[in-house]
Design a protein around this ligand. Structure first.
Ligand SMILES: C[S@@+](CC[C@H](N)C(=O)[O-])C[C@H]1O[C@@H](n2cnc3c(N)ncnc32)[C@H](O)[C@@H]1O
Length: 298
């Protein structure tokens, strides 16, 4: 077995995959945000959604929050390269420098928002709402910081309806092949007299332990929090081998679906077996549905 290159376990590679960029673009483009003066982008990661928001309203100010300092650093670096002045923390600023609004990115939790009531015209959370432990607590925090008439949007590929018929089998194939990959690596390590890769059970909850809600359940939950859904869409995205390999390498996914393995090993195994998992199903692209919702703060 040739020794693989170290795997980049951040979200950055997947955030640049064309299929993912296109899905996020489609999500943001559904809402007219041209009049927005202040955005809040939660779980902003490396800033993919933030950038699309600012394309719609280039003079708006934007605060981003993510609890991973590595993603926040990547986001700050990216916007600095685009010519923005980027600050860290939770400041609300109206400053414009070199013709561009100052952007502020903070390390923190998406459900603890240190801002006054009614601060934002638009709040978004891209590809992350499904991981939040208490959705209603989160939505209540969002509703509080939105002004009346402001909009909240999210997209997610983890909901009841996310797997088109037959597609759910893919995860089983992928995990089977990734486990076999680690076992082959272990055989080699043992033959060399080196310690094998160990799986330590109980380090994380069971994979996908968060319940997946249907569009109707999301609509009702948003409504209970004062957020009236005015637009809902399901978008089918086709993930090819390269795209699956980059999402598999993302540590946030790898540590959940292969919980207990060292994250670098799990990421490497998922990346290496993305292609065979597709071939086992006789497909070259995996269809996956993304839910997109936009709601108005009442
Ligand atoms: C799949 S990435 C999505 C990033 C970006 N929003 C996008 O759509 O490309 C999920 C992000 O959610 C962040 N995250 C997860 N739970 C969070 C929480 N409770 N508070 C803040 N960020 C969180 C992770 O650190 C990660 O950057």
């Amino acid at each position: 077995m040739s020794s693989p290159q170290p795997v980049n376990t951040t979200y950055e590679p997947f955030s640049m995959e064309p299929e993912y960029v296109e899905a996020n673009h489609g999500f943001v483009a559904r809402q007219d945000l041209t009049g927005v003066k202040r955005f809040l982008d939660l779980a902003c990661g490396t800033g993919s959604i933030s950038e699309l928001l600012l394309q719609q309203s280039p003079s708006a100010h934007l605060n981003g929050i993510d609890y991973d300092p590595v993603q926040v650093d990547l986001s700050a670096k990216h916007f600095t390269e685009l010519g923005y002045t980027v600050r860290r923390g939770f400041e609300l600023t109206d400053e414009v420098i070199a013709g561009k609004p100052v952007l502020v990115f903070g390390v923190g939790s998406a459900d603890e928002l240190p801002f006054p009531d009614g601060t934002f015209d638009s709040v978004t959370i891209g590809n992350a709402i499904h991981v939040l432990p208490d959705k209603e607590r989160f939505l209540a925090a969002v509703a509080r910081v939105l002004r009346p008439g402001g909009v909240f949007g999210f997209n997610s590929s983890f909901y009841a309806g996310t797997n088109p018929p037959g597609a759910a089998q893919h995860m089983y194939e992928w995990l089977k092949e990734a486990s076999a990959y680690i076992e082959r690596k272990n055989e080699k390590l043992r033959a060399e007299g080196r310690p094998p890769i160990k799986r330590v059970r109980g380090t994380r909850g069971p994979a996908f332990s968060n319940r997946w809600y249907s569009p109707q359940e999301w609509t009702e939950m948003l409504g209970r929090c004062g957020l009236r859904v005015h637009d809902s869409n399901e978008r089918t995205v086709y993930l090819d081998e390269r795209c699956l390999a980059t999402v598999g390498a993302y540590g946030g996914l790898a540590e959940v679906v292969m919980s207990g393995y060292p994250v670098e090993e799990a990421s490497e195994a998922l990346q290496a077996t993305a292609g065979i998992s597709l071939r086992n199903m006789n497909i070259d692209r995996l269809p996956r549905n993304w839910l997109e919702m936009w709601a108005t703060r009442e």
